[in-house]
Design a protein around this ligand. Structure first.
Ligand SMILES: [Fe+2]
Length: 445
């Protein structure tokens, strides 16, 4: 115990997880650590402390009420100290109006991994923010670039729930609730207030991070689709309890109100021996998403590919929709099959995990890259995609080896100074529509 910190290899062992979405889970790392039939016994087993972590107000309706009971070596008040404000690096929080770019669709090449040793906390590059973290509405879209594991360093985010979308390299996210191993095309969601340590056991890692300041991500309604397809509950995995009894000098960093605060503590705060409840981290393999689409003609709205949604107070108007564009068959007859030309009240941040996105076949949108099409800005296929799709023989065609995604929000996204000044910013992207040819001929139908 208490040997120097050594990241362990990522495991493919899926038995360390419990299936389901929003379940009342229960799990214990020592037999009998979990009280039976009550939450707060006079004395907990093994000398543990009981602590409740509430992700919703106590009085939230049953369907959105989220809390867990944690049985831990020390309560969080004992993992506390004199906090000092530390530099936020390139992590920004809404409201954040650093630059005012000309009205334009925006796109970037992938950000390269840095040369030096950069941990998760040092490796966040905020690209956009929307809304206001203080009013618990909106989001932040970030790129993470990680070249070293956090060692005896811990973090929790009071501003947001965090969705990790790895694009290159694996991650291990050790949490108070257990350990999540993650690879590209998987995602993980860490609820607000959950303490974590992020490791890169297989070397440098790059990906996308969505901070959700608003309502917790949940599954979208399926309406007439029925009880199956899209993201199914059983494919979400929550880790089993795993604790650290590690008494070594450690650091806890907390993000609150867009500021970063750090304190020295004498032990690992990942000391939860058992827990039960429905407020917990989870992972999901995007390859398990069962896409639904048109089977005769036309093109469904991309909302048909929503994996998770963060609702707002207005029905059907998401604070964030997390939408993917996975492998799928295209079979529609007499149909322009790529996404259509579009203007939208929602604001769309897109990323590409692997492969080619079918609206951008002309190059410029590569894995690790990202784009922003803000509220009421036009967007659609590039010239290459339009010409090919207009002339293609419409036999069944499978899009393969591709995974693009979108963080789409009802709130306009503001670009950070870092993103506006990054050398990867594609200044010419604003004019991609100019290459579309004029085909109009009033004398030929
Ligand atoms: Fe769109």
């Amino acid at each position: 115990m208490n040997a120097p910190f050594r990241p362990q290899p990522l495991t493919t062992n899926e038995t360390g997880y419990m299936p389901g979405f929003g379940n009342g889970f229960e799990t214990e790392a020592l037999p009998g650590a979990l009280p039976i039939g009550r939450n707060s016994p006079q004395r907990c087993a093994y000398g543990l402390y009981a602590e409740q972590l509430s992700g919703s107000p106590f009085t939230a309706p049953r369907a959105t009420n989220e809390r867990s009971w944690l049985y831990r070596i020390r309560p969080t008040v004992a993992h506390w100290g004199a906090f000092e404000k530390v530099d936020a690096g390139l992590w920004r929080t809404a409201p954040c109006a650093e630059v005012d770019l000309p009205l334009s669709p925006l796109r970037w090449d992938p950000l390269p991994l840095p040369e030096g040793k950069v941990s998760f906390l040092e490796g966040i590059r905020t690209i956009t923010t929307a809304g206001d973290a203080g009013s618990q509405s909106g989001m932040g879209a970030h790129i993470y670039l990680i070249t070293r594991s956090m060692e005896d360093e811990y973090f929790y985010n009071a501003d947001a729930e965090m969705m990790f979308v790895p694009q290159q390299g694996g991650l291990r996210i050790s949490t108070e609730f257990g350990v999540i191993d993650l690879r590209p095309t998987e995602i993980a969601v860490i609820p607000r207030g959950v303490k974590i340590r992020v490791e890169v056991p297989e070397g440098p890692a790059r990906g996308y991070l969505c901070e959700n300041y608003g309502g917790a991500f949940t599954l979208p309604e399926r309406g007439p689709i029925g009880a199956n397809c899209l993201a199914n509950q059983r494919d979400f995995l929550t880790p089993v309890a795993a604790y650290e009894d590690r008494e070594v000098p450690s650091r806890l960093t907390v993000k609150s109100g867009g500021s970063f605060w750090r304190t020295e503590i004498g032990q690992s705060p990942l000391d939860v021996v058992a827990w039960h409840g429905n407020y917990a981290p989870y992972k999901y393999d995007l390859r398990r998403f069962s896409p639904v689409g048109p089977v005769l003609f036309d093109h469904a709205d991309p909302s048909i590919f929503t994996v998770l949604t963060s609702p707002s107070e207005t029905p059907g108007t998401a604070n964030i929709d997390f939408v993917i564009f996975p492998d799928r068959w295209l079979v529609a007859e007499n149909t322009f099959r790529p996404p259509w030309y579009h203007m939208n009240v929602m604001s769309e941040f897109m990323g590409l995990i692997e492969g080619v996105y079918d609206a951008k076949t002309g190059g410029g949108f590569t894995p690790g890259g990202f784009s922003l099409h803000n509220c009421m800005l036009p967007h659609g296929p590039d010239m290459d995609a339009f010409e090919k799709a207009s002339a293609a023989e419409l036999k069944p065609h499978k899009l393969e080896g591709t995974m693009a995604f979108m963080f789409e929000t009802r709130l306009p996204q503001k670009v950070t100074r870092f993103a506006a000044e990054a050398p990867q910013f594609q200044r010419s992207y604003t004019n991609y529509g100019h290459t579309l040819a004029k085909h109009f001929n009033p004398n030929q139908r």
